[in-house]
Ligand binder design. Sequence first.
Ligand code: GTP
Ligand code: MG
Length: 320
Amino acid sequence: MSLFGKLFGKQEKESLDQGLQRTKESFLGKLTKAVAGKSKVDEEVLDSLEEALVSADVGIDTTVKIIDRIEERVSKDKYLGTGELNRILQEEIENLLVESPDKGYKDFQLPAGKKPFVILVVGVNGVGKTTTIGKLAHQFKRAGKSVLLGAGDTFRAAAVDQLTIWSERVGVPIVKKEMGSDPASVAFDAVNSAVAKGVDVLLIDTAGRLHNKAHLMEELSKIKRVIQKVIPEAPHDVLLVLDGSTGQNALQQARHFTAATDVTALAITKLDGTAKGGVVLAIADQFKIPVKFIGVGEKMEDLLVFDRHEFVDSLFSLSK
Ligand SMILES: Nc1nc2c(ncn2[C@@H]2O[C@H](COP(=O)(O)OP(=O)(O)OP(=O)(O)O)[C@@H](O)[C@H]2O)c(=O)[nH]1
Ligand SMILES: [Mg+2]
């Protein structure tokens, strides 16, 4: 068993399989239809394959890349029974995805010498930022880390309340101020407190709903500047959260956001209950920024470290 096989436990594998259920059903259903009764990979098979990938929201660009690679391989191999197609497709998809260069989060461990490790969580409203912070807090705590939350979304009173509930549920402290306070000053206090307490990881929430996009980006820059007054190399990660159930819109959002601000990591949420999970492949293929986490439900445990092999493997495995 590979090292990662050990880290990626049975429980994680099960929640991944469950979370991707709808995408799998739709994708595998179409894939099976595409190759049914065929003894050779011809134009027709490739067309159907393309259709299956696009309808799982893998997106045109990534789909075309995959099909090209398969065409190349198939002509090289001359004859190819369709029974092998799944395996080749799986291999080519996996090879296409650049593995996240940062292994720091594997098993929710953090890079050494960066304490507190500061993660600034950004994204438009409703994508799952606050929930992802709650889940991350739980996972880091479970991995033996001390965690502090910073309630940087001061735009709505409910936002602070929501993060407070997560802090109680997980059992980690929170730094917060009343609604309408300057988010940068909350971030400043949170970083100072994290340093004073010697915590391992600080997770800072931000508002997704501001008056306009320029204002939102300005606010994020201000938060970053203030954090850097205390820890010059922080935030160690700016984690952009994307709602996977919006399919290609999530890709669009990632383009806009990464153009406007420095994003260093991606989290894709709400993969449960959608057939559009293929968007993870499109995002992982088209952004140099690594997909680090995926959200597969609303519960505390429903957050996984993204692993391309496990993801693709799950996508291709029939449910038991
Ligand atoms: N099914 C499912 N629901 C999720 C997931 N992640 C978040 N949600 C739900 O999505 C909704 C919005 O999540 P929030 O965490 O409040 O999103 P947010 O980005 O903080 O939103 P704002 O604070 O309004 O900007 C909530 O009802 C969450 O329970 C997920 O992975 N799966
Ligand atoms: Mg929120």
